[in-house]
Design a protein around this ligand. Structure first.
Ligand code: SF4
Length: 323
């Protein structure tokens, strides 16, 4: 008997799916929501090994997130990057008073929750019959329906066409796993794919969708200056949109010249630019407003960007050389 693509996919999921992922063995919408947000730009392995459990230990409920200071939420997010996710999570927690809406429509009204994330949380926690459209699912749909153009609106229509509304949880999880394990970006394993029979793109899967035009990332050259007074260092809490809420050292576009001690050079890749920065230690008078002074032993209590952490590592290395 010929199986429908949905039945074939669900059979495959039963055998090969990653059933033991902690956010799949819970019905708690908050935990599912946290996992969805963390997984948006980060791999499962990283989230699982370093971020998911410590975050839930610090904030066991969404109510705890709502009551926490943004600083404390950012601290737990440190190293995950894309901090807007953490700020939105904190904002959303307060927006809904620590209780998530129990359907996708309500979820979508919260800051930082887009349609696919809302569908994921609603289908996993409440079994709402809605498909998801994350990066993996997009790739599968493009190939399965042989769609060249990247058109989100059209893709949603195809997402509904292939969807199995009687098994929203299993179907969506199966699609995520298929994208992560079989319909891979560079080397799709069509011979082992449960959707192979109906896949229109299987003879040339890499042609779907059309390649993105790669933009070269701009490079920003800056100096990071660790101003020191006695044994304390000047840091400010960022209020700009980029890295908002994270603590950082003074930065400038101009080279420091003779006024400081060169500690080393750092490179940090962000999604929209690469930072190339020389790091200096400076003990001259520093009168810039908005800065607070911290001992080196307090750095670990502050939420800081990776670039600033690298600057701290250079400082410690150079101080170590002197001792
Ligand atoms: S047959 Fe190949 S291209 Fe089609 S969905 Fe499966 S892995 Fe992807």
């Amino acid at each position: 008997m010929k199986l429908t693509p949905q039945a074939s996919l669900l059979n495959w999921y039963k055998i090969h799916g990653r059933h033991d992922l902690p956010w799949r063995t819970t019905g708690d919408p908050y935990k599912i929501y946290v996992s969805e947000i963390m997984l948006q730009q980060t791999q499962v392995k990283t989230v699982l090994e370093r971020f998911y459990f410590p975050f839930l230990e610090a904030f066991p409920t969404l109510q705890d997130v709502a009551e926490a200071e943004l600083d404390d939420v950012l601290k737990l997010w440190e190293g995950l990057g894309y901090y807007t996710r953490a700020r939105n999570l904190h904002h959303a927690a307060r927006q809904c008073g620590g209780i998530l809406p129990n359907n996708a429509e309500g979820l979508m009204k919260l800051k930082g929750i887009g349609r696919s994330t809302a569908h994921a949380v609603a289908s996993f926690a409440y079994r709402e019959p809605l498909p998801i459209l994350d990066a993996n699912v997009k790739r599968i749909l493009h190939r399965y329906f042989a769609l060249i153009e990247r058109e989100e609106k059209k893709l949603w229509r195809y997402a509904y066409e292939l969807f199995d509304p009687s098994h929203p949880f299993e179907y969506n999880q199966a699609m995520m796993d298929l994208g992560a394990m079989v319909c891979l970006g560079k080397n799709p394993l069509c011979g082992s794919c449960p959707l192979e029979a109906g896949c229109r793109g299987k003879t040339a899967p890499l042609s779907y969708p059309e390649a993105k035009i790669k933009k070269t990332k701009p490079v920003r050259r800056r100096s990071i200056i660790l101003h020191r007074r006695g044994s304390r260092y000047a840091l400010y809490q960022r209020t700009s949109r980029f890295l908002h809420g994270l603590w950082g050292f003074f930065e400038t576009d101009s080279p420091l010249g003779e006024n400081g001690t060169f500690l080393g050079h750092i490179t940090q890749h962000y999604s929209h630019f690469t930072l190339e920065a020389d790091v200096y230690l400076c003990e001259e008078a520093f009168t810039e407003e908005g800065y607070e002074w911290f001992g080196a032993d307090e750095f670990s209590t502050l939420s800081m960007s990776r670039a600033d952490h690298k600057a701290v590592a250079l400082l410690r290395y150079n101080l170590g050389k002197k001792e």
